[in-house]
Design a protein around this ligand. Structure first.
Ligand code: AMP
Length: 418
């Protein structure tokens, strides 16, 4: 490549704007980042796709939000509306679609096929279609978003970043269920794990904050939001995680049961006289802390109810914390120690009370929370006592930044080859 073209390319790469798209069944979240300094330029949320539709678009630094309500038939119409908002005269951050150097798509399930992010091609889309049966709620809207973007921006490189990818390093003893082995061979029934982008991001940040190479650390990351999972990370690699074949396994969650004796499923079906799929619905949508408390899946409501003396809300919080401690203990044993424990996501970032309950009386394991430093919300901070052998960190997650970084890296490589 001649020097002038090379210099132009370098300039283009440095100023690349990356769009990150996260499509749910009836919603679409997006962000635009300038990769020169990884700054956020705009973000938005489109809701009620297929119902009546609305967009809330925010240009960072502009006080007012751009809110539009209009019918949105499908994800393609939602993406068209997002592109209009991004080019809006007042609230927009690009003057034409050509300014978007690449698009990163969050995709939930890639089965065993991809252990890292990939450039999207027809072959990749076929793999994602094959994974629909593993993630019937999540992969179809992800695929719809990708197809719509490809149709509207056929020349823009698109990259898929998978929730499952980071967990592909788990050894067989972590991911194998004790079922007839043919089920794994025939149906790919194994543990996959989710929230991988978040676990990876906070582990890397933890190493930065501690000033230690990630390869020299044993870290337990606790992603505690509405969905929740704990991951054991040794030398930068996931070796175990609490979610399994689907995001139903593991911790108690807002509305999900987490680990159960499987016999309970048919027992509920018989006792309640309902269909199997309705039982699964109960486990996904009516269980967790909502099920125990009978009040709410939101920990803010539960903490308020505890203040008013509600015993079931108190029990729900205790059961949740018990399960997090259970996994922390298991992963300390699996890794033969731990150097750092990280709290992230809605609850992990915001609830000093929950972090306090989880970390109570772990002093013999070298885990000592500093109650003063712990009194913080949503900020990166080391919250362990100076005499704690294990560092405890609060790190707000940033899955979008992680997706943008992978997208930028892969798009740059691709552009260099054309
Ligand atoms: P996420 O799924 O990461 O968006 O997390 C959402 C959950 O975080 C909510 O359902 C709440 O349970 C929890 N959460 C958010 N803010 C707080 C807070 N200030 N105190 C306690 N829990 C919170």
């Amino acid at each position: 490549m001649c020097h002038i073209v090379y210099a132009e390319r370098e300039r283009e790469y440095k100023n690349m704007k990356v769009l990150v798209v996260n499509c749910g069944s009836s919603s679409l979240k997006y962000q635009v980042l300038n990769m020169k300094n990884e700054s956020l330029l705009a973000k938005g949320l489109i809701e009620r796709i297929g119902i009546d539709g609305s967009i809330t678009h925010e240009k960072i630094g502009l006080d007012e939000k751009f809110v539009v309500k209009k019918p949105l038939k499908d994800h393609k119409e939602a993406i068209m509306l997002m592109l209009e908002a991004l080019q809006d005269k007042q609230h927009g951050v690009i003057s034409s679609m050509d300014e978007l150097g690449a698009i990163g798509h969050r995709v939930v399930h890639a089965g065993e096929k991809y252990a890292m992010s990939v450039m999207i091609s027809d072959d990749v889309l076929n793999v994602l279609e094959d994974c629909i049966e593993l993630a019937p709620l999540h992969n179809p809207p992800n695929i719809m978003g990708i197809r719509a973007c490809r149709e509207l921006l056929p020349n823009t490189p698109m990259i898929a970043v998978f929730d499952t990818a980071f967990h592909q390093t788990m050894p067989a003893e972590s991911y194998t269920y004790a079922l007839p082995y043919e089920y794994y061979e025939r149906y790919k029934i194994r543990r996959y794990g989710f929230h991988g982008t978040s676990h990876k991001y906070v582990a890397e940040r933890a190493a930065d904050m501690l000033g230690v190479n990630l390869m020299d650390l044993k870290i337990i990351t606790c992603h505690l939001g509405n969905g929740a999972s704990v991951t054991a990370i040794k030398r930068g690699k996931c070796i175990d995680t609490s979610m399994g074949f689907t995001p139903l396994e593991g911790l108690v969650m807002g509305t999900r049961s987490g680990d159960l004796d499987p016999s309970i499923v048919s027992y509920i079906r018989d006792k309640e006289g309902i269909h199997l799929h309705d039982v699964i619905d109960v486990l996904n949508k009516k269980s967790g802390v909502l099920g125990i408390s009978g009040i709410s899946s939101d920990f803010r409501d539960l903490e308020d109810a505890v203040e008013e003396g509600n015993e079931r809300a108190a029990l729900a919080i205790k059961v949740f914390a018990h399960k997090v401690r259970f996994y922390i203990g298991a992963y300390i044993a699996e890794m033969n120690g731990v150097d750092a424990i990280v709290f992230t996501a809605g609850l992990g970032e915001n609830s000093a009370q929950m972090r306090g309950v989880i970390c109570t009386e772990l002093g013999n394991l070298g885990i000592k929370l500093d109650l003063v430093k712990n009194n913080v919300r949503g900020k990166e901070r080391i919250i362990s006592r100076d005499d704690s052998k294990v560092a405890i960190l609060l790190i707000p997650t940033n899955e979008e930044l992680m997706i943008a970084r992978d997208t930028y890296r892969i798009a740059k490589k691709y552009k260099d080859t054309i």
